[in-house]
Design a binder for this molecule. Structure first.
Ligand SMILES: C[S@@+](CC[C@H](N)C(=O)[O-])C[C@H]1O[C@@H](n2cnc3c(N)ncnc32)[C@H](O)[C@@H]1O
Length: 300
């Protein structure tokens, strides 16, 4: 399907739902990869229409006007021709029910950890107001900010070693939790002198270096430092595991996403009694382990 045909289909559409169907058909006629906040063409088409309409329910029930249709074609065309994630083209991503500003300084938020955050980390960690938690490799700030929103009163630190990411995360903090207890810190994993934490959570880079180049085109628009986890994907994870006990309080918990490096992790840490989490909305490769389990096991 050509952009011209999409334009024609949109001009014939009487409502937003018909627009969504036409855009989905356009997306489906091209070899796109979905993995940056949606997993199919229809959801991306819906996201595009709603975002162009400013997420205004009233506008969704009305027929998109000519200016909106033109903007939709522009963005849809860029999605197909540049293979850029829709989140970057729209400048927004949704995570744990919250809207985040994103650009190519940060990975597009998509971690299954959103589900755990929405359940306030239960049953793995019981966070009370005043408890401290740390998000390592915060990127857009999505995990730290969503935690601050869903676990009110918790004092959140968030680190990243990318100044670009921290600048963007600061925008999101200002927009979503302007008076929250959230501190952004430039650090290599942990910020010395901070803590101890009741909870440390991280979605570090974990794609094995050789696999990064094989990822679909869409991932090439993301910062490689957010993806590349070294030879076996565990470079950051290994350091994180060895440092975590010094930053966790007694009874504290560590939650780490290792995604596709799960098998490599199990081979590297056969005696570490981690629990792999299951998610109702999909996603895998996230484990939880306590400070005591970390200090008690024989390291690999
Ligand atoms: C997979 S991204 C996760 C971003 C965000 N937490 C999310 O879930 O969308 C990993 C992040 O870790 C950061 N990072 C990589 N190595 C780091 C290090 N040694 N110390 C701190 N942050 C690091 C990257 O800059 C990137 O923002």
């Amino acid at each position: 399907m050509t952009p011209l045909k999409l334009e024609h289909a949109l001009s014939c559409a009487n409502d937003s739902e018909s627009c969504v169907a036409a855009i989905a058909q356009y997306f489906e006629s091209h070899p796109l990869h979905y993995g940056h906040g949606t997993d199919n063409a229809t959801d991306e088409a819906y996201w595009l229409v709603r975002a162009v309409q400013g997420w205004d329910d009233g506008r969704y029930s009305a027929r998109p006007d000519a200016a909106m249709r033109q903007r939709i074609v522009e963005v849809a065309r860029a999605r197909v021709e540049q293979r850029r994630p829709l989140a970057y083209l729209l400048g927004e991503a949704w995570f744990a029910g919250l809207r985040f500003v994103v650009d190519d300084r940060v990975l597009v938020p998509r971690s299954p950890l959103a589900e755990l955050i929405e359940s306030q980390y239960a049953p793995w960690c019981r966070l009370e107001p005043g408890d401290r938690m740390l998000d390592i490799g915060t990127g857009s700030g999505c995990i730290a900010i969503a935690s601050a929103v869903h676990c009110p009163g918790v004092v959140v630190d968030a680190t990243d070693n990318s100044q670009g990411a921290l600048a963007l995360a600061a925008q999101n903090v200002a927009a979503v939790v302007p008076d929250g207890h959230l501190t952004l810190l430039e650090a290599d994993l942990f910020a010395p002198g901070r803590g101890p934490y009741r909870l440390v959570v991280s979605n570090p880079p974990y794609v094995p270096t050789a696999r990064v180049a094989e990822l679909p085109e869409e991932y090439r628009h993301e910062p490689v430092a957010g993806l590349d986890g070294g030879v076996d994907g565990l470079a950051a994870v290994r350091r994180l595991l060895s440092l975590a006990p010094s930053y966790l309080e007694p009874g504290g918990m560590l939650v780490v996403e290792v995604g596709e490096a799960q098998e490599a992790f199990a081979a590297a840490y056969p005696s570490l009694p981690v629990t792999w989490l299951e998610f109702a909305h999909g996603g895998e490769g996230v484990f939880v382990v306590s400070r005591e389990q970390l200090t008690g096991h024989s390291s690999s």
